[in-house]
Design a protein around this ligand. Sequence first.
Ligand SMILES: *Cc1c(COP(=O)(O)O)cnc(C)c1O
Length: 324
Amino acid sequence: MQPNLPTFKDVSKAAERLKGVAYKTPVRQSRALNEQMQAQVFIKCENFQRMGAFKFRGGFNALSQLTPIQQRAGVVAYSSGNHAQAIALSARILNMPATLFMPRDAAPSKLAATKGYGAEVIPYDRYSEDASALATQFALAKGVTFIPPFDHADVLSGQGTAALELFDEVGELDALFVCLGGGGLLSGSALSAKAKSPNCKIFGVEPAAGNDVQQSFRKGERVRIQTPITIADGAQTPMVGAITFELIKALVDDIHTVTDAQLIDVMRFYAERMKMIVEPTGCLSLAAAIQAREALKGQRVGVIVSGGNVDMARFSQLLAQPSP
Ligand SMILES: *Cc1c(COP(=O)(O)O)cnc(C)c1O
């Protein structure tokens, strides 16, 4: 691995910074699921994290390391959802001004939550404008710090603390399934897995409609695709990050894909059987584990549920479709 990449030490330090600030989320099991899989499945519930997703971990880890001068100046980020809320809440806790570029058509609940944390929201058009360029220009013009959603050492190190907690709680695992967009959660989780459970196989899971990371992984170089059409809106990234991809290439065993129909089945399972609201992107990991159940028989399997932020109207609309 390249010498300048983040290591497990960075994840451990992030865990120290997050102590007493982020929640230690529960790890749950379902007897019905364990029976169906003939395996022991440990579900790490980041849908119960502050602001409803793991992204608080990376956001707070990054912001808490800015200098006092940088903190006074403030931060800017762009996001269609959870990263915006993570930065807005972290900035509020640290008493910093925050500006978020969010798509005009972002989920109303996510827009409201971000504004509710006191951040300034600037709408943009996701089909005609480049949000990353807008945020970078804004940072230069205003002298504020830009925090990208995944391709950042402090962000991904913070994300890795969820898996660290999982291993600390349940011990070593045979396999770990992680939801995958730009790769912050997967690369951070992989750092924790390699340190805490060296024999654990690590799988990233992305929507079949947008398998850019699977293509990149097979090719050994980053592949860019059109913004995929999928209900997994947290995984609509057109290309994996540069830093995250280096870690994924070095540490991850494979990338799996699942369809939107599989995500809806898992969403229904979480709601009916486990009484949990999980957003479509958060269902990627379990959908892939169920898909791979033959290979997982008799194993101890970790599944990271990444988040639970979904508008209730959307949630009920998705679940109203009859199960096959
Ligand atoms: C951001 C996000 C992801 C993807 O995370 P990456 O670090 O970009 O791979 C998955 N699930 C949810 C709920 C998210 O908010």
